[in-house]
Design a protein around this ligand. Structure first.
Ligand code: ZN
Length: 98
């Protein structure tokens, strides 16, 4: 009995991960407007304040000091929302700098 319930659980988790992968693929194929996920460095720094990062950034701070902002079509929209809570907000020069 114990063995069969373990097997059942494993089967469920495989099914779920397959489903997620298929959904992501569907979104890509449909060509829905590209949305990026943005994160905020909650640790304010002297010169730049709180920095906004793209989820793909190679210089993302430690998870513990990251706050998920949301999905936006551009970093400016993310900054507008962050500015409601933080006085000084800038873009990470690695992922959003120009
Ligand atoms: Zn970054």
């Amino acid at each position: 009995m114990f063995d069969s319930s373990t097997a059942c659980l494993a089967g469920t988790s495989i099914a779920i991960s397959t489903l997620i992968r298929r959904d992501t693929g569907t979104i890509g194929i449909k060509g829905v407007k590209h949305m990026a996920k943005f994160y905020l460095d909650t640790q304010s720094q002297p010169e730049v304040g709180n920095q906004i990062h793209d989820s793909e950034c190679s210089q993302l701070p430690a998870r513990e000091q990251l706050q998920y902002i949301g999905s936006y079509s551009n970093p400016q929209a993310a900054r507008t929302d962050v500015k409601m809570f933080h006085e000084k907000v800038s873009y990470c020069p690695h992922c959003l700098g120009q």
